[in-house]
Design a protein around this ligand. Structure first.
Ligand code: HAX
Length: 423
């Protein structure tokens, strides 16, 4: 299958690969950093050991997609986001239309995926359902089929594009089916007729609200969570798995398992749980003193404040700012959002005084759940699935670019405790 996206990427593929080869030759002996034992024990924090061209995250500014600050991209669609991530350029209207049409072929998911979801335990976590549904589709991989037919390794990325398009486009249908099956919401809703827009279809298939602002929120949500450079748990997991030439279904499913962790994507569910606990405990918005005491009790109990802190960022996450501005624009000022506001005003000082977190500021997860809740999506176990639908866009873009650059299998070296003792 040749599409306008294949043609666009084909036009730059050779140059991209040549650039990688030239950089490896020219700069091959430059030392990026030395690795201290504390970094080996510290989750490799600060070790520059990956290449990711789709986006970057700096401590003092946060996310840039292809060098454009995320706050300048809050009006774009998920389709534009994917195009920008994977090609490095803003899409033309014609390119977008073609991409939308390619996506729209896959909004209706295969029946066997629905059957897989229905066969899962009634109390399965929605993220476990998401990982299983994606894996059930692995047999659709054109990339794996091409490999099995003996396609040359450096042509495989063409098939990775097909898998990326199909998987990104299937994610809304999979997620909506999970929502409706897992939370007893009734029949699965078919995609829209005559509207190829990905986020419109997702908002519609979830069946949560008919408010136009809900569609707007789903669009924004899908854009903001799409990519966050290469070193976070979900991106790195996908990177490692696909470096073994495993296809997109394997690598994105694996990434979803990482996203399901409470220190990563699940923090948005945990964050709303925290907000609701506060609201219930105090019968509404607490006073400043009450909130501070509640937070201190939690910290003294060895628990984190979800939605705060970050491994890289040292300022308020611009994605939090974008959600916060959405709440203001749409005048969503219910108790949950007021509590988010109060936490934002008070918790950074509490975390500073606590003295552990290197970054006391909110990350993306601090506000997103309260907005989903405001439009009627109250099942917060589901929130990380929303994140996953979005993150698949970045994971697939990274995978295509990495395969275009023919990145090798990832294989760092591990050390035993005895080897470290002997240093
Ligand atoms: N509340 C309480 N303690 C915190 C904290 C928080 N929000 N953030 C960091 N700390 C603690 C850490 O637990 C760590 O304590 P120990 O030394 O006892 O282990 C210490 O401060 C130093 O941590 P750090 O260097 O500042 O942060 P890390 O890079 O190790 O971890 C995390 C980054 C995001 C995992 C961390 O800030 C955290 O647990 N935050 C709460 C959970 C959360 O919001 N996660 C979502 C992050 C964004 C994301 O990936 N979304 O998907």
């Amino acid at each position: 299958m040749s599409t306008i996206l294949h043609e666009t990427l084909n036009a730059t593929a050779d140059a991209l690969k040549a650039r990688k080869v030239a950089l490896a030759k020219e700069k091959g002996d430059k030392v990026l950093s030395s690795v201290a034992v504390e970094q080996v024990f510290g989750g490799m924090r600060g070790v520059p050991a990956l290449v990711c061209d789709t986006s970057s995250v700096s401590a003092d500014e946060g996310l840039r997609i292809r060098n454009i600050p995320i706050l300048e991209l809050t009006d774009i669609t998920p389709e534009e986001t994917f195009w920008l991530l994977v090609t490095g350029k803003r899409a033309t209207a014609e390119e977008l239309e073609a991409l939308r049409a390619a996506f729209a072929k896959h909004y209706a998911i295969p029946q066997y995926v629905v059957d897989t979801l229905r066969a899962m335990p009634a109390d399965a976590h929605p993220m476990a359902m998401l990982g299983a549904a994606i894996l059930s589709m692995e047999k659709e991989s054109e990339y794996r089929a091409a490999y099995d037919r003996g396609a040359a390794k450096d042509t495989l990325w063409n098939y990775a594009i097909n898998d990326a398009v199909r998987l990104i486009a299937s994610m809304p249908g999979i997620a909506a089916a999970i929502y409706r099956i897992r939370f007893g919401k009734g029949d699965i809703i078919a995609p829209l007729q005559g509207d190829n827009d990905l986020s419109n279809n997702f908002a519609h298939m979830l069946g949560v609200s008919n408010d136009p602002a809900w569609k707007e929120l789903v669009r924004l949500y899908l854009v903001l969570h799409s990519d966050h450079e290469g070193g976070n748990v979900s991106a790195m997991t996908s990177y490692v798995v696909s470096s073994a030439l495993s296809d997109a279904y394997y690598s994105v499913s694996a990434a979803m398992c990482g996203l399901a962790g409470p220190l990563h994507g699940l923090a948005n569910q945990e964050c709303l749980r925290f907000i609701i606990d506060v609201r219930e405990q105090f019968g509404g918005v607490p006073t400043d003193e009450q909130l501070k005491e509640y937070a201190w009790n939690r910290l003294n109990n060895g628990q984190v404040i979800p939605g705060y802190g970050h491994a890289v960022l040292r300022v308020t996450d611009p994605r939090f700012t974008a959600f916060y501005e959405f709440a203001e624009k749409h005048n969503i000022m219910d108790d949950n959002v007021r509590i988010v506001q109060k936490i934002f005003n008070l918790i950074p000082d509490v975390l500073r005084e606590h003295g552990k977190a290197k970054n006391p500021w909110p990350n993306v997860d601090a506000a997103s759940g309260s907005l989903l809740y405001a439009y009627g999506m109250k099942e917060f176990d589901f929130y990380t699935v929303m994140f996953g639908v979005s993150r698949a866009i970045g994971l697939c873009a990274q995978m295509v670019v990495n395969r275009m650059m023919a990145m090798p299998i990832v294989r760092p070296k591990s050390l035993t405790l005895d080897e470290i003792s002997a240093l």
